[in-house]
Design a protein around this ligand. Structure first.
Ligand code: V47
Length: 351
């Protein structure tokens, strides 16, 4: 059976098929990815009204691609107090956010409870607000630093009020690439194990993939298929988020950057290969809003959120520091021929 026959008949693709997809032209890939998108979501494109907070940039790890953590390239260290975090949340709730996304660097100076108690304080003051917080990389850091098991940290997250987990820290699962770009951080199998444990508690999470640096196309396909395998077991991933590498102010020397064609192919292939993860998020922060709007025709059904303040990718060159206004989101999605639909973190539609 040819690859096209498999695509025509919605047959699950394997690793070799996934790599072969990249050899198809963009229009063909777009046709099949868009067909799946239209079957699942029609013209709906989701966005959410949220706030990102990054409470500290002091980090024990040294990821080569990261321009956010305090280092030789960014000497401006900071750690927010809980009061400062609560003040930000209060203002954002007044602006109508439904979700707060809290992700930090791996700061060994704060103590474990600094990471956790802020969640119960937020929940006490804003019980309706969804808290999406702590990547698998942070959970690994906290477990290692404070001699806890992953399950103990996860149980504490639930006790203190975390609702769902973001998908950060996955980078690229291939061990040799991982060693070069973020050696020493959570390993691929640990990242997957942490999400599995989280899902086994009946909770949802997202999964990212950082691409466009030193990885190969095969590495991307391998990454997607490791996620698909876990999703077959747990069903706990809500969304897959391909993150386009931003090159400024970091230590990773990259000479070839992906073209728009390669980025759109990667979105389309994600939609085709990940037949069991419902949502494909074109995170406008790393793809640029223009390409994210085009990605709607290549399988993406979600553009992420208004964010209000973005620190991680803007430190590496993305034009996202001040987020996006809801009105602008609605206009842009409408003008590109899709139907903007506000969602909450768990993809319930907000009327
Ligand atoms: O894990 C760091 C990435 C991630 C760079 O789950 C970079 O809903 C590109 O995970 N170029 C954090 N990317 C962001 C993230 C996320 C964002 C929005 C929504 C969700 C979600 C998750 O940012 C990190 C890392 O992979 N990152 N540096 C860079 N130079």
């Amino acid at each position: 059976m040819t690859l096209i026959d498999k695509l025509e008949n919605n047959i699950r693709l394997d690793f070799d098929d996934g790599v072969a997809l990249y050899e198809l032209d963009l229009v063909t890939l777009g046709f099949y990815a868009n067909r799946i998108r239209m079957e699942k979501f029609g013209k709906k494109t989701y966005y959410n009204v949220n706030r990102h907070i990054n409470p500290t940039n002091i980090c024990k790890d040294v990821c080569q691609f990261c321009a956010y953590s305090a280092s030789r390239k960014n000497p401006n260290q900071y750690t927010m107090t809980h009061e400062e975090i609560l003040e930000v949340v209060k203002n954002s709730v007044e602006n109508g956010i439904k979700e707060v996304h809290i992700v930090s660097a791996h700061n060994p100076n704060t103590g474990l409870l600094w990471y956790l108690e802020v969640f119960s304080k937020i929940k006490t003051n804003f019980p309706e607000l969804h808290i999406k917080a702590l990547t698998a990389a942070e959970i690994h850091f906290l477990a290692t630093e404070y001699q806890k098991s992953y399950e103990e940290i996860i149980d504490m997250m639930i006790e203190y009020g975390v609702d769902s987990m973001p998908g950060g820290g996955a980078e690229i699962f291939d061990e040799s690439v991982r060693k070069r770009i973020c050696g020493g951080k959570v390993s691929s199998s640990e990242w997957l194990e942490i999400h599995k444990l989280w899902h086994q508690k009946g909770r949802k999470s997202n999964a990212t993939m950082l691409f466009g640096h030193i990885e190969t196309r095969s590495n991307r396909v391998d990454h997607m298929l490791r996620l698909r395998d876990l999703q077959d077991i747990t069903g706990g991933f809500n969304a897959f988020i391909p993150l386009v590498y931003q090159k400024e102010n970091n230590f990773l020397k990259v000479t070839d950057f992906p073209t728009a064609n390669e980025i759109l192919k990667t979105f389309a292939i994600s939609r085709i290969l990940l037949d069991n993860i419902p949502n494909l998020k074109a995170y406008w922060v790393t793809s640029s809003i223009k390409l994210a709007l085009i990605a709607q025709e290549f399988g993406a059904n979600d553009l992420d959120g208004t964010i209000e303040k973005e620190s991680i990718n803007s430190a590496a060159g993305a034009l996202s520091a001040n987020g996006m206004k809801q009105k602008e989101f609605i206009e842009l999605i409408n003008n590109s021929g899709f139907e903007p639909v506000e969602r909450d973190t768990l993809y319930n539609e907000v009327s």
